[in-house]
Design a protein around this ligand. Structure first.
Ligand code: ZN
Length: 203
């Protein structure tokens, strides 16, 4: 399987990092080894001093497809979950300044913890999914899928022009504002609505 990330998909986050709002989705890939499941801890890596949390809704692909028209994209996923797109911001900043890829800063081992998934039918209106992140009991990020620049369906249509999507592939759909650093000892809890779907520690 593959993990696809979308950069700058919320206006308020693009602005907090001083970036322009994109005209097309900004896509990057992460390897399968970036995943953390079952609320296992995230081990702070030794190559960065600035790991940021980015709270994101995650789409789980349920059907093989290529060149999917946006109007049919909803048939290609049944569940949505939540995840953290951990980013080595110091390395990403350096790479961006040099015009180099984000691969290491986004895709290192453990960079993508994911929680349990929820069926679309349980979520109701997919354009009004509230989600949040607490760090040590304090609310640090809050988002709503209605504020995405590119919808789930638009992302799938765009991505599938270039990459065949397969069952089990995951798409991290971008972070709202409020990204910030984590440190060893932190506890992170991510929710969709009132559902606590992810709860893990930084070690
Ligand atoms: Zn992200």
């Amino acid at each position: 399987m593959k993990i696809i990330g979308v950069g700058r998909n919320y206006v308020n986050h693009a602005k907090e990092l001083g970036n322009d709002v994109p005209k097309e989705p900004i896509i990057f890939l992460m390897p399968e080894t970036a995943l953390i499941t079952r609320n296992l801890p995230f081990f702070y890596p030794d190559f960065s001093n600035e790991i940021h949390h980015e709270l994101e809704l995650v789409v789980k692909i349920s059907r093989l497809g290529k060149n999917i028209p946006e109007k049919f994209a909803h048939r290609y996923y049944d569940e949505i979950g939540i995840g953290i797109d951990f980013t080595a911001r110091d390395m990403q900043r350096q790479a961006s300044a040099e015009g180099l890829p984000w691969t290491i800063s986004k895709g290192f081992d453990g960079a993508a913890p994911i929680g349990n998934f929820v069926s679309k039918s349980e979520l109701g209106d997919l354009n009004n999914i509230c989600f949040s992140l607490e760090k040590n009991g304090q609310l640090v990020q809050q988002g709503n899928s209605g504020n995405m620049i590119f919808s789930f369906d638009a992302i799938i249509a765009y991505v599938s022009r270039f990459f065949t999507i397969k069952i089990g592939d995951l798409i991290f759909t971008g972070t709202p504002s409020g990204v910030g650093p984590v440190k060893i000892g932190d506890n992170l809890v991510a929710k969709i609505g009132d559902r606590e779907l992810l709860n893990f520690n930084v070690k």
